[in-house]
Design a protein around this ligand. Sequence first.
Ligand code: MN
Length: 244
Amino acid sequence: MSPLIGIIPSRLMDDPSDNYHIRAINVAAIVQNGGTPLILPYSEDPALLDRYLTLISGLYFTGGCDILPDYFGEAPIPGLGELCPSRDAFEIRLYQQAAKLDMPMLGVCRGVQIMNVAAGGSLYQDLGSQMSQALVHSPKGVDRALPCHNLQIDPTSRLYSILKTEAPAVNSFHHEAIKKPAPGYRVTALAPDQVIEGIESTELTFSLGVQWHPEDMLRSAPVFAELYKAFISAAASYDKARCI
Ligand SMILES: [Mn+2]
């Protein structure tokens, strides 16, 4: 049976419409690669979180706004962008509980950043002001499917075994990035300026994330569908093991 994948929507702190947002392309990436999507509204209620975790077999952390630097022990710098503290708190709690269950997790862009922070790592709040040699990682007004920079993928990584390519060209829509990878995670991909573009857990069965947006490139770079297939296949195995 197609595993239920929890997808976390985005929301902005100062949005007067008070809406959740989910890009349809994120839902399509799950559906087209064999998952059943379930969008998870935020909650501080531990009972509701537990209920979510008993329903789903995989967690998909999507893109969105910046992360409260307090979570990695820093004060905000002027380059920090829009925040959503209620999302940060929800995702960190969800990550930590899902990690205890060894539930498969996939993160893209902000998604990999929040996974890293939840697991004890840190971020650059703003590459442009904190990393002098950084290339452009957030080009303005470009098609989201267009590549922006290349990557070097570590051939010994899980990510490489999924994508089977060492130097893909990827899109890039971020100004934050992983600074210190969390304990229990390894770096899997670097941009030419050494910005970390991928990490994966060395302890959990399937917990990995990428800094680019594979969901926007599934037509131009169909190889990125393998990332979703591998994640959803891990979720299917998790679901099967739980039912025994
Ligand atoms: Mn980038």
